[in-house]
Design a protein around this ligand. Structure first.
Ligand SMILES: [Zn+2]
Length: 539
């Protein structure tokens, strides 16, 4: 953080999100913190003589936006791989693979980012290995999708030793064609990890470069802070190396991954021996809760449901971590003072998580630890919401996911059920603190998309809102990305509001998101972004 010798007065139309003083005309900033928030006279008096001035005649200044579920490291790495985010057909995928392979003749593998969606493809299905072979046959091709699926070409299957005789691994599925041969689609990590393991990992230097460079695109979207969920020890080192060099401009809260592919005892030992716990760090880099996956993903049909998927009579999804393993890790977290964020998409996974939390809460009150339900969007029931509220459990929600996966999920579950998915209104009415986010690179990280979707409840490809009853107000939506996001990120004592003493993080939007028409957010722009009083985007 750069320490300014001079104070600075920032003028504009200001929404503080501070209930004590919701609106202001000026901020005074020194040494990265807010000295005063109020009228121009108050700010000038606090700044003293000789201060610098910054003024926005249009737009609205809001607290710096925070994404409570954003794989920033992974997004950075992805930005250097085959980009399939814009693919609208299997031919598009083939073209991208072919072009990337031609541009990187030295690369032993052709690998894509994971932010691509079958729902966006004209064919509404994954490509087959033969279709990938047509784009690139001589080198192995590995196209992972959002952590729960991957498509590979024949060369990759061959290198991984996956053939006609390979049985489905526990917790995973190898899709087959009519002849019973693997068709190249591998569902859930146990199925695609044998391939993933062969892909040479990016070097530490590559990872640091990717993480450093991606921050500028985040700041341009208005973000000043993220929670990166599920980082390995190596990724933690990447973050710390950037932090040590003063290159981490994004306020980053990182969640160590409890890796359910490791033996339980190893996960428990890591927690027992870590010494550090949630909250350690500084305003730039901090430890969040432990991250653990309980189920899969809804768009893939692997989230753990209370009842079978409507289109597949005996499929209730996949429980990625057995309940007993989850219970022991959750207990260990509570004993060692770690928070725990658990990936739960389907109702059955939500039930299991809250049952285990309730068992722990009887002995160790969970409220101070702020355990978190991540996603929790396929139908938490009223009793789940009451339980979450009672135990002080927070929710990390992703309206951008409702938008992106909406069309596919409407097809799978019907409009009536999807109207009550991602029930932000119900969580808020139930008194649960909800943080907004994107799950980038799973869906786009621009917070303006989430702010817009939370109010409009629109999904991709249609103008009809789905579940208008779950819409929230402009102020509630902004709170999800500022004040309440800071709470979910264990940082409400230093950011999330514009209040004297807190960090001088702000974002200038072309509209006032608390008063503008919801649709105006679709065309809104980010005019500037500041972290610790320093502009990281705009002018
Ligand atoms: Zn995620």
């Amino acid at each position: 953080m750069q320490i300014e010798a001079k104070a600075r007065v920032v003028e504009g139309d200001i929404v503080t999100m501070d209930p004590a003083r919701p609106r202001a005309q000026a901020l005074a900033v020194r040494g990265g913190r807010l000295l005063a928030v109020g009228s121009r006279q108050e700010a000038e008096a606090a700044a003293g003589p000789g201060h610098e001035r910054l003024r926005w005649d249009r737009g609205t200044i809001v607290p710096g936006l925070i994404d409570t579920h954003n794989h920033m490291h992974w997004t950075g790495i992805q930005s250097r791989l085959v980009d399939l985010a814009g693919a609208r057909s299997i031919a598009d995928i083939q073209r991208s693979v072919r072009e990337w392979a031609a541009r990187h003749p030295e690369a032993p593998w052709v690998t894509s980012g994971t932010g691509w969606h079958v729902a966006n493809l004209a064919e509404q299905r994954y490509p087959t290995r033969q279709e990938l072979d047509a784009a690139c046959a001589e080198r192995p091709v590995y196209l992972p999708r959002v952590g729960h699926a991957a498509v590979v070409n024949s060369r990759a299957l061959q290198l991984a030793g996956i053939g006609a005789g390979t049985p489905d691994p526990e917790g995973g599925k190898i899709e087959r064609d009519a002849q019973g041969l693997p068709n190249g689609v591998l569902l859930e990590p146990p199925a695609f990890e044998p391939v993933a393991r062969l892909v040479p990992p990016p070097s530490l230097a590559d990872q640091e470069g990717a993480l450093r460079d991606v921050q500028a695109t985040y700041h341009a979207a208005g973000l000043t802070g993220i929670v990166d969920p599920g980082v390995t020890p190596e990724i933690m080192a990447v973050y710390q190396n950037l932090w040590a060099r003063g290159e981490l401009s994004m306020r980053s809260v990182i969640m160590p991954l409890a890796d359910s592919s490791l033996p339980l005892e190893e996960n428990l030992a890591r927690l027992r021996n870590a010494g550090l716990r949630t909250g350690f760090g500084d305003a730039r880099l901090k430890l969040g809760g432990v991250k653990l996956f309980l189920d899969g993903g809804a768009s893939l049909g692997t989230s753990l449901m209370r009842e079978p998927y409507p289109d597949e009579r005996c499929n209730c999804g996949i429980q990625v971590t057995p309940t007993e393993t989850f219970r022991q890790i959750a207990w260990q977290c509570a004993r060692q003072g770690w928070s725990l964020g658990v990936h739960v998409v389907g109702g059955k996974a939500i039930d299991i998580a809250l049952d285990v939390f309730a068992e722990i809460d009887r002995e160790i009150p969970l409220a101070p630890l702020r355990f978190c339900l991540i996603h929790a969007y396929l139908w938490p029931e009223a009793r789940n919401i009451r339980e979450a509220r009672r135990m002080g459990i927070t929710v990390a929600t992703q309206c951008s996911m409702q938008y992106t996966f909406g069309p596919l999920l409407v097809k799978r579950f019907g409009t009536a059920l999807m109207a009550t998915a991602t029930p932000v209104r119900s969580w808020l009415d139930g008194g649960v603190v909800v943080g907004g986010g994107s799950d980038s690179p799973v869906t786009r990280f621009e917070p303006l998309l989430g702010l817009w979707q939370a109010r409009t409840r629109r999904i991709a490809g249609t103008d009809e809102p789905i579940g208008k009853l779950q819409a929230v107000s402009g102020e509630e939506a902004l709170a999800m990305y500022t004040r309440d996001a800071a709470y979910v990120a264990f940082s409400e004592h230093e950011r999330g509001m514009l209040r004297p003493g807190l960090l001088a993080d702000w974002t200038v939007l072309s509209v006032d998101p608390t008063t503008c028409e919801a649709e105006a957010l679709a065309d809104a722009q980010v005019l500037a972004t500041a972290v610790g009083g320093e502009l990281v985007h705009g002018r």
